[in-house]
Design a protein around this ligand. Structure first.
Ligand SMILES: CC(C)(COP(=O)(O)OP(=O)(O)OC[C@H]1O[C@@H](n2cnc3c(N)ncnc32)[C@H](O)[C@@H]1OP(=O)(O)O)[C@@H](O)C(=O)NCCC(=O)NCCS
Length: 170
């Protein structure tokens, strides 16, 4: 399907509110993320600032006519130093932007950037079931390496998490 009218670009501090507008409903209404408390704007600004300081952790947004339609980012896999060449990635779209290639556009930009830095492995933690996310990650070279059975509980029920891994040439 043709990608809607969005520009994929690097996030700036001023995208904090737009990113929250996409992400916070997933926190409040779904198990797609295991966060449970909405993120306030000051925290999101600090989050972007931290990401901007490390080239291994890019953040891209899909900027549309009605504001931010989605974002993708790479985050530290773990704060301990020896993990620094591994990242966790995720992508979230506003409901209207789903199913139109916006997720792929964000991931093209994200992995284009990650291919140019010293990153060896990327991991995606996908709460099951999520066929669209699985298909998107497989399209970008991820393969499933494990499932953690009922590792999280949200809204009073347990959810399993599928771990997907992508290997870089470097
Ligand atoms: C997951 C998400 C980022 C995918 O982005 P998207 O732009 O909507 O992706 P698309 O709809 O173009 O679909 C990607 C692939 O999934 C497939 N797909 C979409 N919905 C599907 C469904 N319900 N069942 C099976 N496959 C599905 C598409 O056919 C496509 O396959 P292809 O790559 O082989 O062509 C987006 O749907 C989203 O934001 N979902 C909610 C948040 C979320 O779950 N984020 C991921 C957290 S790990």
């Amino acid at each position: 399907m043709a990608r809607p009218d969005v520009t994929i670009r690097r996030a700036t501090i001023d995208d904090a509110a737009g990113i929250n507008a996409v992400y916070n409903p997933y926190i409040l209404e779904t198990a797609a993320t295991f966060e449970t408390t909405p993120i306030d704007e000051a925290s999101r600004r600090r989050w972007i600032e931290t990401r901007l300081a490390n080239p291994r952790h890019p953040v891209f947004v899909a900027d549309g006519r009605e504001g931010i339609a989605g974002f993708a980012n790479a985050a530290p896999f773990d704060e301990r130093q020896a993990y620094e060449t591994s990242v966790k990635v995720s992508v979230f779209l506003a409901p209207d932007a789903k199913g139109k290639g916006v997720g792929a556009g964000l991931y093209e930009a994200l992995f284009g950037a990650l291919n140019r830095v010293d990153v060896h492995r990327a991991y995606a933690l996908i709460v099951a079931p999520n066929p669209a996310s699985v298909a998107l990650h497989e399209r970008f070279g991820f393969r499933q390496v494990s499932t953690l059975d009922e590792v999280g509980r949200k809204f009073g029920r347990y959810y399993s998490v599928m771990w997907f891994e992508k290997r870089f040439e470097a």
